[in-house]
Design a protein around this ligand. Structure first.
Ligand code: ADP
Length: 495
């Protein structure tokens, strides 16, 4: 049978999705199921591991059913997932020891303060590329071992640690492989991205037993066969990658210097920096972009905390708009920003500013300022913050990319995309398939099973649909950037 299809399992923070693609990268069908978020205390976030599993299997079955193809035609399955979320389960029974502790959960913030106070930040950064934070898995795993009293049994090999990809692979693949891939491993704060192995010094810093760590595989590697009871056929499960890494791959950013930005609630920008690990001098993280045939490619990563969330805020808190999409027209009804800038530092500012005590500001209001100016300023703030990240990356990596590749919900906004191109003075490319995370996992799986002969051939699955070209005179972009910098200065906590 001609195997022309690839299936991606995209396990996200609020829903589990499955997307079926043709070999050429066209979307055939998709299905998604939301699951419950648990907030046992302020700042704590958990998922029920069983919910993650059952919604993922439901989504997988629904996507295949909807497509009406014979499952035998699926060449391979790729897994992509919310990163850093931490699980522990019993190796004998597969039962979780506790809920999954979600990346957003702040319960271990004190532990991270201690690490910084005790002077471990530099060691962690040199080995992992990460700035110590409660997001990453290490402190969450420490909390689980303490809270559930599992240390001794874990040392004896009774328990498995895993991120969501490991949890899914264990339960979906025949023979219960205990694996994770190099991208997910690179978000644990326990993995040495230079040696590509769990790091003894970091394991002992957190007192994590090596016996509970998964085998780290390539991002494109045959892990095993899908349990036959799921679709009735044993399809190869052949890729794992964290969501942002899969999106970089799905945007075909295969060459050094290429960049993608995802415009969601927050924005996530990743730049491929090739096969040489380097630390950022501008507060960005270094991460493993993917690992193929044992060889890692690295990426710089930066995020905007409040991206599309600024538009949600206009809608839900200020009641200025009814829908996010309406912001586009309102912004276009005025010729310029009228000198109004909004810095949505609602939870502080990340790279390149790193000021956790900064708070949101609107500057430049006059008697003539109105709703449209605020809406426009909110949209523009997404572009300014993304531009700040790009400039930091360009300085770290020695130059700007040829173009910015975009995806995510807010990339639908044409005003925002054009403004982004005008500010960065770069073409902004929006692909035909905006499900780049899922596409990346599918392409990686296709690469692993030989559906594509090489990496360049994989790029044939990426097609640009819209290009936004810079149209604003350079002097005008510069004037706007100066205005933004002035607004940020007034937002910073020491100002
Ligand atoms: P996430 O994956 O983070 O949930 P999505 O990729 O689904 O996010 O994008 C949703 C975000 O994008 C929301 O914050 C929403 O306000 C914003 N958004 C969606 N459509 C538009 C639009 N047309 N213009 C501006 N913002 C938008």
């Amino acid at each position: 049978m001609n195997q022309r299809y690839l299936l991606a399992l995209d396990q996200g923070t609020t829903s589990s999705r499955a997307v079926l693609f043709t070999k050429e990268g066209q979307m055939v069908s998709s299905a998604a199921f939301e699951f419950k978020q648990h907030y046992p205390q302020p700042g704590w976030v958990e998922h029920d591991p069983q919910d993650i599993l059952t919604t993922q299997i439901e989504a997988l079955r629904a996507a295949v059913r909807q497509s009406q193809i014979d499952p035998k035609e699926i060449a391979a399955i790729g897994i992509t997932n919310q990163r850093e979320t931490t699980l522990v389960w019993d190796r004998m029974t597969g039962q979780p020891a506790y809920n999954a502790i979600v990346w957003q959960c702040r319960r271990t913030a004190d532990m991270v303060d201690d690490l910084n106070r005790e002077g471990h930040a530099d060691l962690i950064r040199r080995k992992t590329g990460l700035k110590p934070d409660a997001y990453f898995s290490a402190t969450k795993l420490r909390w689980l071992l303490d809270h559930c009293g599992l240390q001794q049994a874990a040392e004896a090999g009774r328990y498995c640690f895993g991120t969501v990809d490991s949890w899914l692979a264990w339960h979906l693949v025949a023979g219960h492989p205990h694996v994770t891939d190099a991208t997910n491993a690179s978000r644990t704060m326990l993995y040495n991205v230079l040696t590509q192995d769990w790091d003894e010094e970091l394991l002992s810093l957190f007192n994590i037993p090596r016996a509970m760590m998964p085998r780290v595989c390539d991002s494109a590697e045959l892990i095993g066969l899908l349990n036959e009871d799921i679709l009735g056929v044993p399809i190869p499960v052949a890729a794992i990658a964290g969501d942002q890494h899969a999106a970089l791959f799905g945007q075909a950013c295969f060459d050094r210097g290429m960049v993608k930005n995802t415009y969601g609630t927050g924005c996530f920008m990743l730049m491929n920096i090739g096969d040489t690990f380097r630390l950022s001098e501008h507060g960005l993280l270094t991460t493993t972009a993917w690992r193929l045939n044992g060889r890692p490619t690295y990426a710089l990563e930066g995020s905007v905390f409040i991206g599309g969330a600024a538009i949600q805020w206009l809608r839900d808190e200020l009641g200025m708009i009814r829908t996010a999409a309406e912001s586009e027209q309102l912004a276009q009804e005025i010729p310029d920003n009228g000198g109004v800038y909004l810095v949505p530092a609602f939870t502080g500012l990340g790279a390149p500013y790193w000021d956790m005590y900064a708070r949101g500001t609107i500057v430049g209001l006059t008697r003539g300022s109105g709703r449209r100016h605020i809406v426009r300023a909110a949209l523009e703030s997404i572009a300014y913050q993304s531009n700040d990240l790009l400039q930091a990356m360009a300085q770290d990596n020695g130059g700007l990319p040829p173009a910015l590749r975009v995806d995510g919900g807010a990339s639908a906004n044409r005003f925002l995309m054009q403004f982004q191109a005008d500010l960065m003075r770069l073409p902004v490319q929006r692909p035909a398939v905006l499900e780049t995370t899922a596409l990346g996992a599918a392409l990686l799986a296709g690469l692993a099973v030989g559906l594509y002969a090489s990496l360049p051939e994989t790029a044939q699955g990426w097609h640009v649909a819209d290009t936004f070209t810079p149209a604003l005179p350079a002097a005008d972009s510069q004037r706007l950037l100066d205005g933004w910098r002035g607004a940020v200065r007034r937002t910073l906590s020491e100002a």
